[in-house]
Design a protein around this ligand. Structure first.
Ligand code: SAM
Length: 252
């Protein structure tokens, strides 16, 4: 599924922007929210993002000695958990395109005493600067919807995984229950931007958050994109009524 329109534009939330401008708009959003990202995450989700991330770790099958890439890792919640599991024989790379998010993540992890098995790399998910067949697990949590060329990113992740390695995409998705959808829409488009304004002094970035979620491929479409890229055993698990879905696929 290409996100590119015939006139070389793509979506940035509900707006249509020239393809080459989306990355810059996304960068502006994350430079703006970086300092308040963690506190907003807890407030907006009522802390439930911690549960979604815990389930992701449980399903990862990560073990001591594993090499894990947490791309679009931002402030490093998953990296922190993986670092403890893989131990000194393993390695976790926290990678993100955005310097501000990566800096907040690095400071947070160092302050919380995360071991020396974490490396920090500024990288675009569409063109990962890592060797072929080098990771046991790659995670991208709440990151893929911000990527301009999602197919390219999924292929880049496939290239970097070892044969048998697992890709895990944790992302907002489509709710199944009409009553929940109505409530969720009201919350996203009315309350969320106001919370953004009040706490982070930035309603626009939080409006983008709500819009980008609505523009993201639904569960089945994303699964097909993984199959088309060459992943096998592709499946997904809905969480919180489909507000979030965890897609997994294996590199053959
Ligand atoms: N994974 C973290 C989490 O779950 O809390 C952070 C998620 S945050 C909503 C999205 C992150 O994706 C931001 O840090 C942003 O900079 C990053 N991002 C956006 N586009 C990217 C790209 N093309 N390549 C890598 N990271 C990207």
């Amino acid at each position: 599924m290409s996100e590119q329109n015939k006139d070389n534009t793509t979506h940035f939330g509900f707006k249509s922007v020239p393809l080459e401008e989306k990355t810059r708009h996304v960068a502006d959003v994350f430079h703006s929210v970086a300092a308040k990202y963690d506190v907003m995450n807890d407030l907006m989700s009522g802390g439930i993002h911690r549960l979604w991330k815990r389930i992701t770790i449980e399903r990862s099958g990560a073990r001591r000695g594993h090499k894990v890439l947490d791309i679009a890792g931002g402030t490093g919640d998953l990296t922190k958990k993986f670092s403890r599991i893989v131990g000194p024989e393993g390695k976790v790379i926290l990678a993100d395109i955005n310097e501000s998010m990566l800096n907040v993540g690095r400071d947070k992890l160092i302050n919380s005493g995360v071991a020396g098995n974490v490396e920090y790399v500024q990288a675009n998910a569409e063109a990962l600067p890592f060797e072929d067949n080098s990771f046991d697990i790659i995670t991208i949590a709440f990151g893929l919807r911000n990527v301009t060329d999602k197919d390219k990113a999924i292929r880049s992740m496939l290239r970097c995984l070892k044969p048998g390695g697992k890709l895990m995409i944790l992302e907002f998705s489509k709710t199944e229950n009409p009553a929940l959808t109505k409530l969720y829409d009201f919350y996203s488009f009315n309350i969320l931007p106001q919370m953004g304004q009040l706490i982070a002094k930035d309603s626009e970035s939080y409006r983008y958050l709500a819009e980008s979620i609505r523009m993201h491929p639904d569960q089945e479409t994303l699964k097909e994109m993984m199959v088309d890229a060459g992943f096998v055993n592709c499946r997904y698990e809905n969480m919180t009524g489909g507000i979030v879905a965890l897609h997994t696929g294996i590199k053959p």
